[in-house]
Design a protein around this ligand. Structure first.
Ligand SMILES: *Cc1c(COP(=O)(O)O)cnc(C)c1O
Length: 813
């Protein structure tokens, strides 16, 4: 271990020679990155093995977090931070002539996720390891992560994300730990020794090969594992060759189809993805992951009846729900358990997090597809359903309506959320409001049947990445002001509240913010050649593009501001820079035309000399974790403006809060909890409440056209979408947007909330003019953000759901 600069420099130069045969003069930034990664791998190698050994010898209960997505981003900086080597390496590299930030830019983002759900999984891994819990990730090693977004002529263009092209310094291929996964075939049933035996024949077997990534905790060296599975051919090429030319082509075809299973992440953020390949991916993850978990469990030499005491299997949304029938299958077919005992073990081992209230995002699979691809698993789902429906009818005689409503298999569809609730012991929502709505609405009958299963676990974010790594200056200021205790116990950030009216501290906060804005301004100038005013309000909305997130309302409001400035050119204004970043699912045409609209508005506004010093609009392409780390510390205003009742939690909102931005938002998701802590003074609320939205959905009464006719501001911007003017129009390309609002009655209440949003934005202008008051609000936000550290969230999962304790209780939150 190189715990000082000189040792580091020596070790570094040695590696450069021994691995690449290069001297410092010959090395490229890419070389430096690679060598640094290898050095870290060496540093942690022994501890990684030791952590595993410790788990084994202490027979620790292990948590496995199954997720189709891990939106990790870059690891170099965070690993150095968690190892306590950031300063040593930064200083050492500087003396060798390199800037660490520049080296970090060499690392491709691991973009194995779409958005919030995948990023949550990554934050959880960091907290599990940092708090000393035995908790591991289980996912898929997609060859291509979420597409890279280019903006060409204002349109989103998707490019493949070839993130593994230059290798991945963090992963370790473990062919010795591969497992077979089986698809297709037929189930043969026979009687053997008085027992019914199920055997799948003519199936297609493939290899799942794990790639392990170390998850390095902060402080005390504690290294967990993220195991990512890759699909490989299990056909013996030698045998194929014996059978002649034709079978050679079959072999190649087969290979191609096998590899496609872990080829790419579905770029669909929350919608239903009806592809066979997606179902294959889900089963591949569940089957491979479970086999490897059970292999580790079996080494303990304990009976399977103790599985729930030694293993917790958590599923991140319904995507890995097949874990439930797969565990049943293994317990019954391979371990010889009877149904009831297997069911008892399974339902005491699996827990489930629900992530969405959007009905179109609730997963359903056609019965035929599941039955053909996974014949034995389907039989088990059918049996689970039969027993569940039977139980319902017994408890609620004559209530066929209830059975139809709650069944796992209904109308030739397998409903994954129902299977997940029935087959697990805990169901949690991701913010208080979301959990309440699950209980009252979406999952009401299940809640009434199993009230003890439902609980809330409000999402969180790791303050190590989102504050310490993304905003080192702010971190340093906090430590200088209240000491470093907050790093291990983020609740301690509350101590900052005492300083909210301290002029010197306020001044430091604003100076650091300005520095971050300057850095972002540099990035923007370099990428787009546009200069932005660091003294303008940086107003940011970065997140996936979706109707319910209402980027449309934001850009319509910008158009309205443009109109106002045009109408009153000599009026003084508080300068604003609106910054957007968002990827749209490639098949989501409405979302893509909103991206185009933002870019058109940006172009018009930024070229107009009358807007100079008053208004700027930017769309930053390819929103990703590493870009988020650049943008969020520079924000003054955080846009969290979803239709109330639609955003399950949000985590972007927490990142901004932690970095001192003030939120303009609806009472939705975790904004509700932010508001409880901050009060009206430190947050800008507007818009419909979730009850009002629900009331409209239930009883009607909303007419978007009325809003359009009534409010001239709205009429003007809506007309500008489709008639000749500054923003339009040769080909009616925004017709789809206009239609969705005026003809399809504005599903997400954009026009309904527009007035309230515009008024609140005006209030923000006024508030920003009082710099001291603004700084005080910013400080209060940072002070309360510790509550949203994923360390707190993970401690609650550990205590309430998984029933685990830290291996070494080093950190108390
Ligand atoms: C945090 C994060 C998200 C989630 O943002 P929301 O505002 O909660 O939707 C999405 N993408 C990236 C890259 C993130 O870092």
């Amino acid at each position: 271990m190189f715990n000082n600069k000189e040792l580091f420099k020596t070790a570094f130069k040695e590696q450069l020679v021994s691995r690449l045969g290069k001297s410092m003069d010959e090395a490229t930034a890419g070389d430096i990155y690679k060598i640094l990664g290898n050095l870290i791998r060496e540093v942690i190698g022994r501890e990684w093995a030791e952590t595993n050994q410790e788990y084994k010898s202490q027979q620790q209960k292990q948590v496995y977090y199954f997720s189709m997505e891990f939106l990790i981003g870059r690891l170099l900086g965070n690993n150095l931070l968690n190892l306590g080597l950031l300063e040593t390496v930064r200083d050492g590299l500087l003396e060798l002539g390199w800037n660490l930030e520049e080296i970090e830019e060499q690392e491709p983002d691991a973009g194995l996720g779409n958005g919030g759900l995948g990023r949550l999984a990554a934050c959880f891994l960091d907290s599990l390891a940092s708090l000393g819990y035995a908790g591991h990730g289980c996912g898929i090693r997609y060859k291509y992560g979420l597409f890279e977004q280019k903006i060409i002529d204002g349109h989103q263009v998707e490019l493949p994300d070839d993130w593994l092209q230059k290798g991945n310094v963090w992963e370790e291929r473990r062919p010795d730990k591969r497992v077979l996964v089986s698809f297709w075939g037929q189930v043969e049933i026979s009687e053997e020794n008085g027992r019914t035996v199920f055997r799948t024949v003519n199936d297609e077997k493939i290899w799942a090969v794990p790639y392990d990534v170390p998850v390095i905790g902060y402080g005390d060296l504690h290294v967990n594992t993220l195991r990512l599975w890759s699909a490989e051919s299990a056909m013996d090429p030698a045998r194929m060759r014996m059978q002649g030319q034709n079978s050679y082509y079959k072999f190649l075809d087969y290979n191609r189809s096998v590899e496609s299973i872990s080829e790419f992440l579905y770029p669909d953020d929350s919608g239903y993805e009806g592809k066979l390949l997606r179902l294959k991916q889900q089963y591949f993850l569940c089957s491979a992951g479970l086999h490897s978990v059970l292999r580790t469990f079996e080494k303990l030499g304990r009976p399977y009846t103790e599985l729930p005491d030694k293993v917790a299997l958590h599923i991140n949304d319904t995507h890995p729900t097949l874990l439930i029938p797969e565990l049943m299958r293994i317990l019954i077919d391979d371990q010889g358990f009877g149904w009831d005992e297997a069911w008892d073990i399974t339902t005491r081992t699996v827990s489930y997090t629900n992530h969405t209230l959007l009905s179109e995002a609730l997963e359903k699979w056609p019965v035929n597809m599941v039955r053909e691809l996974l014949p034995r698993v389907y039989m088990i789902i059918e049996e689970i359903n039969k027993r569940f429906c039977g139980m319902l009818l017994e408890r609620f005689p004559g209530r066929q309506d209830l059975v139809d409503q709650m069944a796992i298999i209904e109308s030739d569809q397998v409903k994954m959320a129902h299977l997940a609730v029935v087959g697990s012991y805990s169901v949690n929502g991701v913010a208080q409001l979301h959990t309440d709505l699950l209980k009252q609405d979406v999952m009401k009958p299940f809640y009434e049947l199993y009230p003890e299963r439902f609980n809330n676990k409000t999402n969180g974010i790791t303050h190590r990445r989102w504050l310490m790594h993304a905003n080192p200056e702010l971190s340093r200021l906090i430590s200088e002001t209240i000491g470093t205790e907050w790093i291990l116990n983020p609740h301690q950030l509350l101590k900052l509240e005492e300083y909210k009216d301290d002029p010197a501290f306020q001044e430091s906060i604003m100076r650091i913010k300005r520095g971050n804005k300057l850095r972002l301004a540099d990035y923007i100038r370099q990428k787009q050649g546009i200069s932005v005013d660091p003294d303008s309000i940086f107003d940011v909305q970065v997140k996936r593009l979706h109707g319910y997130k209402r980027q449309l309302m934001n850009i319509l409001h910008v158009m309205h501001l443009y109109n106002e400035i045009k109408d009153h050119p000599s009026e003084e204004r508080v300068p604003r820079t609106f910054i957007f970043g968002a990827k749209a699912a490639p098949g989501y045409y409405l979302a893509k035309s909103i991206i185009k609209l933002i870019n058109v508005v940006a172009d018009v506004v930024n070229r107009d000399p009358q807007m100079n010093g008053k208004l700027k609009v930017l769309f930053l392409e390819n929103y990703s974790v590493s870009l988020a780390e650049k943008i969020i510390p520079a924000a003054n205003v955080s846009e969290q403006i979803s239709t109330a009742g639609k955003e399950a939690s949000g985590t972007g909102n927490m990142k901004f809060m932690m970095n001192g931005a003030l939120t303009i938002g609806t009472l939705d998701g975790a904004n509700v909890e932010m508001h409880e802590m901050l009060g009206d003074d430190n947050m800008f609320l507007f818009g419909l409440r979730s009850e009002e939205v629900l009331q409209y959905y239930r009883s009607g009464g909303y007419h978007a056209r009325e809003m359009y006719e009534r409010d001239p501001r709205i009429k003007r911007v809506m007309d500008q979408l489709v008639s000749a003017g500054p923003f339009c129009c040769h080909d009616l390309e925004f017709g789809l947007i206009s239609q969705s609002i005026l003809d399809l009655n504005d599903e997400f209440f954009v026009l309904r909330d527009f007035g309230s949003y515009a008024d609140t934005q005006a209030a923000i202008d006024r508030a920003y003019l009082d710099t001291q008051a603004w700084a005080a609000k910013s400080i209060v936000n940072i002070a309360h953000a510790g509550h949203f550290s994923s360390d707190c969230t993970i401690n609650r999962y550990a205590a309430d759901i998984w029933k685990i304790r830290p291996v070494q209780p080093a950190i108390q939150v």
